[in-house]
Write a protein that binds this ligand. Structure first.
Ligand code: ADP
Ligand code: MG
Length: 385
C-alpha cells in the first residue's frame, strides 16, 4: 500500500507514520509532503493508493487542498487529518467526496489503519459505480437515438405512402398529356419541353419517396438463396450506363464458386447500387476516376467459409475520420438538395443488418472510401460457375 501524507507538523507526521507502520500484514510505503506544492509534485511523478492530509497547510486551506488533489488525482481516496477545532470543516469535506476524517487527538494505530483501508475500498466502489453510470448513460443515449430513428422511419413511411399515390396519378396525367402533344398536328415544342421538365422533377420526387420507403424498411423482405456475384453483376448492369458517361474506370474482382447466400436479392442489388452512386459522386472532384468491386470468402480458424465479403471502393477524396460516425445517420448528407437525401447509407446499413451481416468503412488503397460488407453463409453449396 502506497500512502502519501501531507502534514507540515513533523511530530504529527511521525506519529501517523508510526501508527501506520505498526501494521505488520502489509507492504507499506509512506511518503510525506510538507505542503500542497510538494504533494502535487509527488502525485505527478508517482501513484499512491491513499492520501492522508492535514487541513491547515502553509500554502493552502483545507478546501483548496481537497480541490487541487481531487483534480489531479480524481481516483485517489482522501482521508482528512483534523484538529479538534476544525472537525466541522473536515466533515464538510467528507460530504464533498473525501472518504473519511480522523481527529488527531484521538487517533491510534487501529483507527488510522481501518480508516485507510475502508477509504480505499469505498473509493474503488465509487469509481466502479461511476463507470457503470457512464456506461448506462451511453446505453441510454443509444436507445434514445434508436427510438428517434424508429419514429423518423415511421413518419417517413407514413408520408411516403400518402405522397406515393398522388405522384402516380400525376405521372399518368403527364403521360397522357405527352401522348396528346405528340399526336397533335400542330405540335408545340415549348409545351413538350415543359412536359419534359415536369417529368424530370417527378422522377426525382418519386426517387426520394422510394428511398424513404426503403429507409423505413416498410417493404417486406423476400428471402431466397442466391449467387452474390450474379446479384452484383445485375446491379452493375443497371448503373453502368450512367458511369460510362462520367469517364469512370470500373473493375470487378469476383471470387468464383462462393457459397449461396440467403438474401433479398433486390435489396442487396439496391445496396450495391447505392454504394456505386456514392462512389461516382465522390469521383466528380478527382481526375483519376476508379471504382473497384470485389467479392471474397471469409473463413474461420478451421478454414470453413463463414461469410462472403463484398467490397466497394473508389479513388475519390474519401471521408474525414471525424465524419465517419455520421455517414450512417439518417438525413446526413454533404450534397446539395436534389442530389442527396442522406438516406443511402442508412438504407444500406439497415439492409445489411436485416441480413445479419456487417458493414465497415475503411480507407481504400485507391485513395478514397472502402466499404466492406459481409453476409453470413447459412447454407453450403458449391457453385459451378
Ligand atoms: N464513396 C464515398 N466517398 C466520399 N464520401 C462519401 C462516400 N459515400 C458516402 N459519402 C458521404 O456520406 C454522405 C452520406 O451518404 P448517403 O447516406 O448515401 O447520402 P447522400 O448520398 O444522399 O448524401 C454523403 O453525403 C457523403 O458526404
Ligand atoms: Mg448516397
Amino acid at each position: 500500500m502506497k500512502i502519501l501524507i501531507i502534514e507540515d507538523n513533523p511530530a504529527d507526521a511521525n506519529l501517523a507514520k508510526e501508527y501506520i507502520l505498526d501494521s505488520d500484514s502489509e507492504n507499506i510505503d509512506i511518503s510525506v509532503a510538507e505542503d500542497l506544492q510538494q504533494a502535487v509534485d509527488l502525485l505527478n511523478s508517482r501513484s499512491f493508493d491513499v492520501l492522508l492530509t492535514d487541513l491547515n497547510l502553509p500554502d493552502a486551506s483545507g478546501d483548496e487542498t481537497f480541490k487541487t488533489i481531487s483534480r489531479i488525482a480524481p481516483a485517489l481516496p482522501i482521508v482528512i487529518l483534523s484538529g479538534n477545532d476544525d472537525e466541522e470543516k473536515a466533515s464538510a469535506l467528507v460530504a464533498e467526496g473525501a472518504q473519511d476524517y480522523l481527529i488527531k487527538a484521538d487517533f491510534n494505530a487501529n483507527t488510522i489503519r481501518r480508516a485507510l483501508r475502508y477509504a480505499i475500498e469505498r473509493k474503488s466502489l465509487v469509481m466502479s459505480l461511476e463507470e457503470k453510470n457512464f456506461a448506462l448513460a451511453q446505453a441510454q443515449e443509444k436507445l434514445i437515438y434508436a427510438a428517434k430513428l424508429e419514429s423518423t422511419g415511421q413518419i417517413a413511411a407514413g408520408v411516403a405512402h400518402e405522397v406515393k399515390n398522388p405522384l402516380a396519378v400525376i405521372q399518368l396525367g403527364l403521360e397522357s398529356l405527352m401522348a396528346f402533344n405528340e399526336k397533335n398536328p400542330d405540335r408545340d415544342e415549348t409545351e413538350a419541353k415543359i412536359l419534359g421538365r415536369i417529368q424530370t422533377a417527378l422522377d426525382r420526387a418519386t426517387g426520394i419517396i422510394n428511398e424513404l420507403l426503403d429507409f423505413s424498411s416498410d417493404t417486406a423482405f423476400e428471402w431466397e438463396y442466391g449467387n452474390i456475384n450474379q446479384t452484383i453483376e445485375r446491379a452493375i448492369s443497371l448503373i453502368a450506363p450512367q458511369l460510362e458517361k462520367s469517364d469512370i474506370a470500373f473493375e470487378t474482382f469476383f471470387t468464383k464458386k462462393l457459397p449461396l447466400i440467403r438474401m433479398d436479392r433486390l435489396k442487396i442489388e439496391q445496396s450495391v447500387i447505392n454504394l456505386m452512386i456514392n462512389a461516382s459522386h465522390a469521383l466528380e472532384t478527382v481526375a483519376d476516376k476508379k471504382i473497384q468491386i470485389k467479392t471474397d470468402p471469409v473463413c474461420d480458424d478451421t478454414g470453413e467459409i463463414v461469410s462472403v465479403r463484398i467490397t466497394v471502393e473508389d479513388s475519390g477524396p474519401g471521408i474525414e475520420p471525424e465524419d465517419k460516425p455520421k455517414i450512417f445517420d439518417a438525413f446526413y448528407t454533404t450534397k446539395e438538395p436534389g442530389k442527396g437525401t442522406g438516406l443511402g447509407m442508412t438504407v444500406v446499413q439497415s439492409i445489411i443488418k436485416f441480413h445479419s451481416g456487417t458493414i465497415q468503412l475503411n480507407e481504400s488503397e485507391l485513395g478514397g472510401l472502402r466499404v466492406e460488407m459481409t453476409l453470413p453463409v447459412t447454407y453450403h453449396e458449391d457453385l459451378t460457375n
